[in-house]
Design a protein around this ligand. Sequence first.
Ligand SMILES: [Fe+2]
Ligand SMILES: [Fe+2]
Length: 672
Amino acid sequence: MSDSFQVEATGKAGFTRRRFIIGGVGVSAAAAIGGTTVRAPRALAATPPSGPPTTTLPLPTTTEPEQLLLTWGGDPATEVTVSWSAPGTVAQPAPTLAFSTQPITAHNPGWLVKLPDPRPLDVTQRYGEAAAVSFTDGLNGQTTYFYHVQLQGLKAGTRYYYQVSDGAHAPSTAGSSFETAPAGRAKFRFSSYGDLATPSWDLNTSGNIWHESCDNSWFAVTAIENPGDGKGAPLFHLLNGDLCYANLDVDNAPGVWRDFGNNVARSAANRPWMPALGNHECEFGVDTMAGQPGDAPGGVGAQGAAGSYWNGPYGFGHYLSRFLLPDNGVTNWDGNRLRGNFYAFQVGTVKFISLDADDVIYQDGAANYVIDTANTAPETTTTGAEIPNGTTTYTRLYTGGLTADAKNNSLVPDHASGKPNLQTIWLQQTLAEARRDPSVDMIVVFMHQCAMSTSVSGNGSDLAIRQAWLPLFDQYEVDLVLSGHEHDYERTYPVRGYDAGPTGTVAAPNPGQTKGAAVDTRRPSVVTTEPYEFDGTPAWNTAEGTVYLVLGGGGTNGPTNTYGTDAADDKPQAKVITTRNAVVGSEAAGFSKNGADSIEDAPWSAAINPTDAYGYSIFDVDPGAHPGDTTITFQYFAIPAVSNEAGTAHDGTTTLPSAPTEKFVFGRKVGK
Ligand SMILES: [Fe+2]
Ligand SMILES: [Fe+2]
């Protein structure tokens, strides 16, 4: 049985494939399947990029406001947080925010909020209504400044104008306007992707390029401001982790974040951008994991060797300085408040939940210094910090322990340890409350890593997400789960529960595993492969099963849209990570890191896109006439990779699509 709405042949004559293959089967698709789908080489600019900088580049010493960023407060109908930054390493003299329901002019100065003096990031403390935060990068010593004003008591569904000033003698200002979320049951539009990166390659006067930088990330932001269907920009955007890959540029993380901030401000100054933490938000530094300064004798050079190689709490110092997100009310076992690490908010009839999957995943994929060369020297930086070869920042279980529950092949908070996993406890409470709340019809979870992915060149599916959180997604009937991490697109059929028995095979053993051994991958069970129809559009009933969308094609230069197929039967196959990727080797011999250890047949994989890795998703929420009637119409717009011509900034070209490559309705009553 195959999809009723469309089936396309693959290159194999006479064979139809259950998965919907987006894109043609001509030359480009064939090339993509062969693994050669990469963007065209960049043509020479006036100053050709010479690769990632290996020294710290200076940041500006000016103070004009930039990197404007809106996020929702706890209640999006009445609370919006306005954030911005100074360009570089000098704090703004007297920063202020003015806001009003009318444009800010000389005659309408608006309400004025003055910001306090900056204080170093300290996540053990609560924030005031207005806060200025400084963060000193642990590797290059640059200190940068972030300003936050938490606006509360706003009117629902109302446009507000705002202007921020640096308060200099001759002040510099910047501003825009935004709309608060509607009250009650209302229509609205949101958008999503992950893995955005930066478009900095030809903005950097040194001619260097940041890691993962690509002009597709410029067009991805442009697309959110003007979606291809011509029906207007969304109310807000979900950014599914791996924001800018600053942890790959160890000498210049603040500079990479600045490029990210200025790129997304083209949209985030006008509408909230709500992020989830990804592996590339975890950075090397010289702190303990809890964010306390390392205290090893011998100065900063000894901190790495002593295990103090985190950039702020859990390595997330830049992220937690830059984003002031809704408060989950949870304080971690180490005394850090976990504000922004995971959070929830409601717009209309939809509950949105952002999770940090770094806390549960088996895979080891955050900051890495793993070099397969004998006697490789430690990675040293401007401040003299040293990261020994073979070091990774593995933050699994940073909010507390999980323990196996054999009856359900699951992982549950380990209460016996005295420090159970706080994020998972919070998730269960949040889901239970949402399902008890008559104003919530649908639940959308977004996080970075994937429970289900058939990407071959990417990371694969992580068993720990299936064990820790899918039982909760099943129990509370989460409707949609959005992720990134894989730099591609994939959609699953609705799934519920899991298939009994050992569903996988060890293919690339970690220590303690045996190649060819059977392994239980807790493979999610497909509910149906046949969509219903809703007003003429194919539709999936998400009360029957949760649909998972991989939306990681934001804009990096490393597409992973080659997908696994079982050579024996040409059906989808997935890599599955069932244990930590072992770092193997020695100082004397060099180190390497294993990839995914196992494989499974993947009947849950419903659609892939071997042609275009990039794209954005638009979701239109309609509450319908009665409680429970909410539908979400989903459109995926694939964006071709950029090609580049000689010229000035952002000279890459691509065609932003006007028609979706996939369109579905999701709802809990469709087909009934
Ligand atoms: Fe990524
Ligand atoms: Fe990632």
